[in-house]
Design a protein around this ligand. Structure first.
Ligand code: HEC
Ligand code: HEC
Ligand code: HEC
Ligand code: HEC
Ligand code: HEC
Length: 466
């Protein structure tokens, strides 16, 4: 052993390499044990250091040893001669050390890859870029589903592909050369078949879904109204045939479309192919059926409706109505709906939003007269709720504001353009026989109440007090 050390010290490069390897080995093992004992709730930077930087240093040190020996090979010969070690013993020692090294590199490498798949790495490391996406994610029904379940999935080729594109993204962040906002749809996303359908089987979709929503008016009492509808989510009928909204992803059906813009908002050409192989092509007015327009050709899957399963950005009106329904904003404050929507739509920065929103509300009520202590408390509470909504959705440094990321799951548009279902179901896409993709309100839902102030239907369901 002493002689081996002697060899290592034959030149400064190998010696430095040996020290680096040993130190990083010790740091890696102790931090790994420490993290194991303290659970996985360490910061992303600690993880990056332990699982990426330290193993990197270890490898560098390892590589420096043979490099040193090679560069200073003349001195080596001299020393080897002096060592007079039996060559076999040296080889054995080297073999054992190499084995140890390989197991360390293996574990380190595995941990590094594993770590890079974790939510904390994906979501927080490139903080500024990812924080809007991450904040939306932890507030979503998929908050417990790992990023990689949707963004990579299983299988080696997508894993490698993801690592390569990940590297490109890290570089883009380092050189500040990425696009703001991050453009969607993400065009090279893995098909839903390999990701979503691992957890949600289309064969299982059946039945309807009742949706009840409260809306409020911008009048003095923020008058409540109710919308209730039965969404025909459907999927499979008992006889195995397709029905309802999930008809599009039934195994017998294939809907292909051409989008002529990047965001998939303009869809002038749609083709349906059934189980019998017969095709029907629906086109918007003025589009030549035989001569499809240029654009992205895509077969419909989950993401054409659920485009924001995990990073959904909200509509301010819908988010506000929900906060009032949940009691986070009190209707005891006069005109609270009106003053709140104003506050949400003002141009704050992430630093001044909290104070600004509160001041806007306070000023409004002070102008109306004396504000009691009880009212002040309600204003305070409402400001907290509004600031949370604002911060959840608006990120000026990433150029994300209301409506930047449109949702396709329904048809409520934040601008004048048709969105979601109405990109195809506008009643203007016709097939050869002049039949159109249905825009009939009853195709997708049965309306039980539409902004109704005193809906009978709630009484029928015993829900009128809610
Ligand atoms: C349930 C599946 C799912 C999970 C889990 C998920 N994503 Fe996504 N993500 C998507 C889909 C689908 C899109 C594409 C959205 C589009 O095309 O409009 C997307 C888009 C993105 C985008 C592009 C910009 C944006 O905000 O839409 C980023 C960045 C991103 N995801 C990062 C993450 C990170 C980081 C995590 C984990 C913290 C994560 N994703 C978890 C499905 C998922
Ligand atoms: C690893 C498993 C997993 C994957 C992959 C996954 N999901 Fe989910 N999904 C869940 C879980 C768990 C829930 C929550 C169920 C609940 O709250 O009842 C959920 C809920 C949903 C919901 C219902 C949300 C609501 O508001 O009720 C939709 C829609 C959905 N997922 C779509 C998708 C889409 C689209 C993808 C692919 C991009 C996907 N899921 C990928 C597990 C998964
Ligand atoms: C044509 C549009 C469309 C497509 C395609 C689509 N969905 Fe849906 N899905 C909807 C709508 C609309 C709802 C009801 C949403 C609501 O409650 O507001 C829904 C509801 C759901 C739910 C909630 C549970 C339920 O059954 O009510 C899940 C989970 C889901 N979809 C997953 C998927 C998956 C996975 C795919 C792909 C295999 C998919 N969807 C394809 C439109 C679609
Ligand atoms: C890319 C185009 C496209 C989009 C987007 C789209 N659909 Fe469709 N949808 C079709 C086509 C094509 C048909 C078949 C039309 C026919 O047979 O007349 C269809 C049929 C349907 C049907 C009838 C299924 C049956 O039982 O026969 C329902 C319900 C439906 N869509 C709901 C929705 C909902 C809800 C959305 C939005 C969340 C949506 N669609 C978005 C193209 C689309
Ligand atoms: C192609 C399918 C489809 C057609 C056609 C359709 N809708 Fe809808 N509609 C939906 C879906 C899906 C939702 C639920 C979206 C969501 O969860 O926010 C919805 C939601 C709604 C809502 C509730 C919005 C809210 O939050 O209060 C109203 C109101 C509505 N639709 C009105 C209509 C009317 C009126 C028509 C006929 C002109 C119509 N819809 C045609 C699919 C459709």
């Amino acid at each position: 052993m002493r002689r081996f050390l002697h060899l290592l010290r034959s030149n400064w490069i190998s010696w430095a390499g040996a020290i680096l390897t040993t130190l990083s080995f010790m740091v890696f093992v102790t931090s790994w044990v420490y993290m194991g004992m303290h659970g996985s709730h360490h910061s992303a930077y600690a993880g990056l250091f332990v699982f990426v930087v330290v193993p990197g240093l270890f490898m560098t040190g390892l590589a420096m040893m043979p490099v040193g020996w090679f560069l200073y090979r003349s001195q080596m010969k001299e020393r080897l001669a002096r060592v007079q070690e039996k060559p076999m013993r040296l080889v054995r020692l080297l073999a054992v050390l190499t084995l140890v090294n390989f197991s360390v590199v293996g574990t380190g490498g595995y941990e590094a890859l594993h770590y890079m798949d974790s939510q904390e790495f994906c979501g927080t490391l490139c903080h500024k870029v990812m924080s809007p996406t991450y904040e939306a994610y932890i507030d979503s029904p998929h908050a417990r589903v790992a990023c990689v379940e949707c963004h990579i999935g299983s299988g080696a080729s997508w894993f490698v592909k993801a690592k390569i594109s990940g590297l490109r993204q890290v570089l883009a962040v380092m050189f500040d050369s990425y696009q703001k906002p991050i453009p969607t749809p993400v065009h090279d996303l893995r098909p839903a078949r390999d990701t979503c359908e691992q957890c949600h089987w289309p064969e299982k979709f059946s039945g309807d879904r009742m949706v009840i929503r409260r809306h409020y008016e911008n009048d003095e009492t923020s008058t409540m109204s109710t919308t209730a509808l039965v969404l025909k989510t459907g999927g499979v009928r008992p006889d195995g045939k397709a029905m309802g909204i999930h008809w599009h992803v039934h195994k017998d059906n294939e809907v292909t479309y051409i989008a002529t813009d990047d965001r998939r908002r303009d869809i002038p050409w749609v083709k349906f192919k059934g189980k019998d192989g017969k095709e029907r092509v629906f086109v918007s007015e003025g589009v030549d059926r035989a001569n499809p327009p240029k654009g992205e050709v895509r077969t419909m899957d989950c993401l054409d409706c659920h485009n924001q399963p995990s990073h959904s950005f909200q509509d301010p009106e819908i988010a506000l109505d929900r906060a009032i329904t949940e009691g986070r904003i009190s209707r005891e404050l006069p005109f609270v709906r009106k003053v709140s929507i104003e506050a949400l739509r003002m141009g704050w920065t992430r630093d001044n939003a909290g104070d600004g929103i509160q001041k806007h509300l306070m000023d409004f009520y002070r102008q109306r007269g004396e504000v009691t202590a009880a009212q002040q408390e309600l204003v305070q509470k409402a400001s907290v709720a509004l600031t949370a909504i604002w911060r959840r959705n608006i990120h000026p440094d990433m150029a994300i504001t209301w409506g930047t990321y449109p949702q396709f799951q329904g048809h409520v548009s934040m601008d004048d353009k048709p969105t979601g279902c109405f990109r195809c179901h506008d009643g203007m896409h016709e097939d050869e026989e002049g039949e159109s993709i249905s825009a009939d309100c009853g195709t997708c839902h049965t309306m039980l109440a539409d902004r109704d102030k005193d809906p009978d239907v709630l009484k029928k369901f015993g829900l009128e007090d809610q």
